[in-house]
Design a protein around this ligand. Structure first.
Ligand code: SF4
Length: 378
């Protein structure tokens, strides 16, 4: 049945109706565009390779999808290449110490993903090294939610799964002029996508939707004249595609403050410690810091340094996490003392290889410019 015949009333009473076309036509137009204009990505098997019988490796699909959660394609590319060079398959990743995985992940953010990645690799390797080929089976694994399960099922196993990320939400909101705020329209969007997924090439369809959203139907200034779905699109006829998806105004993120302490030994080593395994940045490495708090009091000054010393201000850095913004006042001192309990010295040429999250790299760079970029000695 034609998709536009099935258009539903949304919560706001809008019909959410495409300008023309049906689900089969939309899918075939999109796939034809994808064949000619898909992005070449290090984890992707291109349509011409699929036609030659080359199949996607579920390990690489899974690894890329976990890395891409909340991270841009450009940021992921070099990490993906480094991971598959070091750990070419799930058994190799499972055999590696968690600490090495955390170090390789450092800078990619959202570090619970790295811990779940390792836990998932361990489990799949123990179970024979094969990923489940269904969404339900994939969702049983650590770190795999509804979106990632759908993406792996579609791309690696050719299952007709509805893969809905932010790019797809934007394309569908525009195709059907969905005026319900996005936060309330997600179920409707999923239903539209489910109807569009073709029985053949569902993996390419999923990737084509992502590519369309990333390269043509962009958040600002969509390039509608180049879009393969312009004949199907409701928003283009109204001339205000950028208006979609509709978003409710966001509240400002709360601000937390604290102090961070960069202690430097005479040979350039920096004092570090490991965070606890649970919670924000769990298992990552940091310089000593105070708590991060909404209050402004003595607990966030050099009075809270990990040991007495000639602590000098070295600037202030800002970092934005998902739920709050952070400002850290950075203090620096030179010392030749022993590392306090729970801390260790990292040699100058080892710093770049430590599992330092981006916020800690900012802190160290404020105190010692270039310190996190020095290459590890071979
Ligand atoms: S025609 Fe424009 S708004 Fe509509 S799907 Fe294509 S790029 Fe997006």
């Amino acid at each position: 049945m034609a998709l536009h015949d099935q258009s539903r009333k949304t919560a706001s009473g809008d019909s959410g109706k495409a300008a023309s076309g049906d689900s089969g036509e939309i899918a075939s137009r999109l796939l034809a565009w994808y064949d000619a204009h898909h992005r070449d990505l290090p984890w992707r098997i291109a349509p011409r390779e699929l036609a030659r019988g080359i199949r996607p490796d579920p390990y690489r699909v899974w690894l890329s999808e976990v890395m891409l959660q909340q991270t841009t394609v450009e940021a992921v590319k070099s990490y993906f290449r480094a991971f598959v060079e070091k750990w070419p398959d799930i058994e190799a990743l499972a055999a590696s110490p968690t600490e090495d995985v955390m170090k390789a992940w450092a800078g990619l953010g959202y570090y619970s993903r790295a811990r779940n990645l390792k836990a998932c690799a361990d489990l799949v390797a123990r179970q024979g090294g094969r990923f489940p080929d269904t969404q339900a089976g994939l969702r049983e694994l650590p770190g795999i939610g509804a979106y990632t399960a759908a993406a792996i099922a579609a791309i690696a196993f050719d299952q007709p799964a509805a893969v809905v990320d932010g790019n797809v939400e934007r394309v569908v909101s525009r195709l059907f002029s969905i005026v319900t705020p996005l936060s309330e329209a997600k179920c409707d969007i999923r239903t539209y996508v489910e109807r569009m997924v073709p029985a053949t090439r569902p993996g390419d369809f999923a990737q084509a939707m992502m590519d369309l959203g990333a390269t043509i139907c962009t958040p600002r200034r969509p390039r509608c004249m180049l879009c393969p779905l312009r004949e199907d699109c409701s928003a283009i006829t109204s001339g205000d595609a950028e208006r979609f998806p509709i978003r409710l105004p966001k509240g400002e993120k709360p601000l937390r403050r604290g102090a961070a302490f960069v202690a430097v030994r005479g040979d350039g080593a920096i004092l570090l410690r490991k965070r606890g395994d649970k919670g924000l940045l769990g298992g990552m490495t940091e310089v000593p810091t105070t708590g991060w708090t909404a209050r402004i009091d003595g607990a966030t000054t050099d009075a809270a340094a990990p040991f007495p010393g000639n602590w000098r201000p070295a600037g202030r850095i800002g970092h934005v996490f998902t739920h709050f913004a952070l400002e850290l006042d950075v203090f620096k001192t030179m010392t030749d003392g022993a590392a306090p309990a729970g801390h260790f010295w990292s040699l100058a040429h080892e710093i770049s290889g430590e599992a330092l999250p981006t916020v800690m790299k900012k802190v160290i760079e404020a105190a010692i410019p270039g310190a996190t970029k020095k290459q590890r000695a071979h």
